[in-house]
Design a protein around this ligand. Structure first.
Ligand SMILES: [Fe+2]
Ligand SMILES: [Fe+2]
Length: 308
């Protein structure tokens, strides 16, 4: 279970109000979301669930992400309903599936099985991946205790970081391999770190699956290695790339931007796709906080961040 913090109930209620109020602007709404993600209790979770009425698909997908990271079975029904809703944006359905995989109790199985062959590839692949992970954990009950060095609940465990890069590369880039194995190689490369690992990871951007590309864009942000910058910029600049991948690239760039990349993020706040444009707005806000030494994602429960 993710570590959630006790916070003054009055503060939680005021955050809830801000989270659901239509007039709250996107950067503040995101700060509140990532604050509430780490807050213990029903009120925080209910606030997240209520905020799923928001018109922004980008925001709704991040709410699903947060519900998954909280790992509370109480969120299963709403996540399953989102996964089932074929009118919902594929990126939101994907994140709902991933969240069900992160919660991973037996009740998550039926919806994941039902959509493992969904006509939307990234939704189907997400469900397959979650099912493969759950099966793996059933066969290896101790694997769940292995903490990610990045404190994230990863969609799969990592292969040992001692596995040779060439072996990890073969698994990662092989489109015939199960997504579970490709992801396990992906996280091993992330945990290994360094230029060689980054170079192998960025080769994934030539792959067909938006799912694996979005995960690479995400881990490049976790790694904060400048060797990934050029590839992330290329992804963000490509209007033909899936919004889910461009979104992760923008947010990762926000995590370790320099003056040049900051300019690109500013430019793409005007992108035609609101998912990309809003991702850049949020990324710039993350960057502002990191510059001031306020860790945006690492448990933003201090008032300094919340009330800005
Ligand atoms: Fe995702
Ligand atoms: Fe995302």
């Amino acid at each position: 279970m993710a570590e959630l913090k006790e916070v003054d109930p009055e503060l939680v209620l005021s955050l809830k109000e801000k989270l659901v109020a239509p007039e709250t602007d996107i950067t503040e709404r995101y700060r509140v979301l990532f604050s509430l993600r780490n807050v213990k209790g029903d009120v925080a979770r209910e606030a997240l669930v209520e905020s799923l009425n928001n018109p922004s698909a980008l925001f709704r997908h991040d709410v699903c992400f947060c519900l998954g990271q909280r790992q509370e079975p109480e969120a299963i029904a709403i996540l399953a309903a989102i996964l089932k809703d074929s009118n919902e944006h594929p990126m939101v359905r994907h994140e709902a599936g991933e969240a069900l995989g992160a919660i991973g109790t037996p009740e998550c199985l039926p919806p994941l099985m039902q959509y493992a062959d969904d006509p939307v590839l990234e939704v189907a692949e997400t469900c397959q991946l979650a099912l493969q992970k759950m099966q793996y954990l059933e066969e290896h009950p101790d694997a769940n205790n292995e903490e990610s060095p990045y404190y994230s609940v990863d969609p799969t465990p990592a292969l040992p970081a001692s596995t040779p890069v060439s072996e990890l590369k073969d698994i990662l880039l092989n489109e015939e391999q199960r997504m579970f194995d490709r992801y396990s190689a992906l996280f091993a490369l992330r945990n290994k770190g360094g230029k060689e690992a980054v170079n192998v990871l960025t080769e994934v951007f030539k792959a067909r699956s938006a799912l694996i590309k979005h995960e690479v864009a995400y881990v490049l942000g976790q790694m904060m290695d400048k060797h990934g910058t050029e590839n992330l910029l290329k992804v963000l600049r490509d209007p033909k790339e899936h919004a889910m991948v461009r979104h992760e690239a923008a947010e990762s760039l926000g995590a370790f931007a320099n003056t040049a990349t900051e300019e690109v993020l500013k430019e793409f706040t005007q992108d035609a796709d609101p998912i990309v444009a809003h991702s850049c707005v949020v990324a710039l806000d993350v960057l502002e906080h990191e510059k001031k030494g306020i860790p945006y994602f690492a448990g933003v429960t201090n008032e300094q961040v919340m009330v800005q």
